[in-house]
Design a protein around this ligand. Structure first.
Ligand SMILES: Cc1cc2nc3c(=O)[nH]c(=O)nc-3n(C[C@H](O)[C@H](O)[C@H](O)COP(=O)(O)OP(=O)(O)OC[C@H]3O[C@@H](n4cnc5c(N)ncnc54)[C@H](O)[C@@H]3O)c2cc1C
Length: 479
């Protein structure tokens, strides 16, 4: 910890606009704001366009459990500011208007934020900047979301390699990950409790939080750090990263840190350095190196989004490959999203996604490939549905991963249908996961759990199960 605040008058005040960087540690925007000798006024705005908005494909943009996670994270952040003698101002509305009006009210001279890279977020950022210019104030956007610093990259952002292995090689060979930034001391700006604003409860967004949801994650910086330490150092944790017999236990299959990374409760540098200290004791191994590779992939998704801009969200993707219109697309898509395809692994996964807001990576790939390669449905619908459902939703990671599945990235090659039977046998041999989410299949023996439509007449009587009645027949043949 070090004292960064220099005495100054009102001119040195700035607003720190929190977005998906809900933390005190290793927060570049906070650091910058404090470094210039500013009194920092932290603000978070619940943007109704995101919390209650509807996407262009007609889905709510926010899953109730993501709203819950964000509310918890904002509460934790306010507590951290209160512990330092300050407060977090919380508002609901349009950030470009609210931050602008607070800038006038508190007579600040600057607004700091960590830069977002995707379309909607950049638009809001730009609007706010223009508004601030009209009152002689400025905005500074820092990079604060990635593992690597843009200025350290061995290539200019528009030349980001399209192929991930080449990208990773260039980065890892050439540049070290920088150390974390300390939490700076700032001088609290007196804010009357009434002016600080109330944090809404998740129910206030009326997203249907009550109905059959199973939260897996609690938001907040401290909770994220606790989870990180537990994962890295516990016996079943990093040592067994992505071990296949862990698959059914989401908490242990992989780190499950994505919700905290997505909302910025954890900085990727913190995760990186924790893995490195593990390696300094136990030596680098496949598991720890694989986890670090995924952190690099996260940066890669961000830089690809930056390089290609809006094309990442367009039907033809980066390759501008035509996507044929499929008859019955809406019908097929609805069966997929509601878990009624008659393909048990897909249906169980889609129910789990809706109820928990999370799926382990292999299942994201499996259901995604099933939608685009087997059903031939427009990949954008799948990406949009994931956006509506993931607690760890992150625009760059979601849309770039979907581009891969859809064969719309230079590296992705031909679309491949995944063998669902292979996947289920590998990760879910006794159908444990399928039984949890499709109770109607529970009476069936392991040998029939993947293909309930293949029950003989005698078996149907024995198990009291009629294919097509208790559970749909598969909409397409699958193996
Ligand atoms: C169709 C599809 C959509 C996806 N949408 C998202 C999303 O919206 N948000 C999101 O964070 N991840 C997304 N991913 C990537 C990945 O599935 C999740 O990050 C991962 O499952 C989260 O679990 P974990 O934290 O245990 O990951 P771990 O395997 O423990 O990885 C550690 C961290 O690395 C990052 N990471 C891991 N895999 C990837 C990847 N393939 N691409 C980018 N970053 C990665 C995440 O931040 C993750 O928390 C998507 C993948 C697919 C196939």
């Amino acid at each position: 910890m070090f004292k960064l605040f220099r005495m100054g008058g009102l001119k040195n005040r700035s607003i720190l606009w929190y977005r998906q960087d809900l933390r005190m540690h290793d927060n570049e925007a906070l650091h910058e704001a404090a470094r210039f000798g500013h009194q920092v006024i932290p603000v978070y705005v619940f943007d109704a366009r995101i919390f209650q908005g509807i996407s262009r494909f007609g889905h709510p943009r926010m899953h109730p459990l993501r709203a819950r996670f964000i509310v918890e994270s904002v509460k934790a952040l306010r507590q951290s500011w209160r512990d330092m003698g300050g407060d977090l101002i919380v508002r609901a509305g349009k950030p470009e208007e609210i931050i602008f009006s607070l800038a006038g009210e508190f007579k600040t001279s600057m607004v700091y934020c960590n830069r977002e890279r995707t379309r909607d977020e950049v638009r809001v950022q730009d609007k706010l900047e223009r508004n601030l210019w009209s009152i002689g104030q400025e905005m500074r956007c820092t990079r604060g979301k990635m593992l690597y610093y843009t200025q350290d990259l061995p290539f200019p952002v528009p030349h980001t390699p399209d192929h991930f292995p080449a990208f990773r090689k260039e980065l890892e060979r050439v540049i070290p990950v920088r150390p974390m930034l300390d939490i700076p001391d700032t001088t609290p700006v007196p804010i009357r409790p009434a002016d600080a604003g109330e944090i809404p409860e998740p129910e206030d967004f009326r997203l249907g939080l009550e109905r059959g949801l199973e939260p897996l994650f609690n938001g907040g910086e401290k909770e994220g750090i606790r989870k990180l330490k537990e994962y890295i150092w516990s016996d079943g944790g990093l040592k067994r990263y992505r071990a296949k017999d862990n698959f059914l236990n989401n908490a242990l299959f992989s780190s499950s840190l994505s919700p905290w990374l997505a909302q910025g409760c954890l900085s990727p540098k913190m995760v990186y350095h924790e893995v490195k200290s593990y390696e300094s004791i136990f030596r680098p191994g496949e598991a720890s190196q694989n986890l670090l590779t995924e952190l690099v992939r996260r940066d890669y998704c961000r830089l690809i989004t930056n390089k290609y801009g809006d094309r990442v969200f367009q039907r033809g993707g980066i390759l501008k490959k035509p996507v044929p219109h499929v008859r019955d697309e809406t019908y097929l898509f609805n069966l997929w999203k509601e878990g009624r395809t008659g393909v048990p692994l897909v249906d169980a996964a889609m129910k789990a996604l809706r109820a928990t807001g999370y799926l382990p990576h292999p299942l994201r790939e499996a259901v995604g490939r099933f939608l685009v390669s087997s059903l031939k449905v427009n990949w954008q619908l799948g990406a949009d549905w994931f956006e509506a459902n993931l607690v760890d939703y992150d625009a760059a990671s979601n849309w770039v991963n979907w581009l891969f599945l859809a064969g719309q990235m230079p590296e992705s090659g031909e679309e491949r249908a995944v063998s669902l039977a292979y996947l289920a046998k590998k990760y879910d041999p006794s159908g444990h996961f399928i039984r949890k989410w499709l109770k109607e299949l529970d009476p069936l023996p392991d040998s029939k759990i993947l293909h309930p439509e293949s029950l003989s007449k005698e078996e149907q009587v024995k198990y009291g199960f009629t294919p097509g009645k208790n559970y749909p027949r598969p909409i397409i043949p699958f193996g």
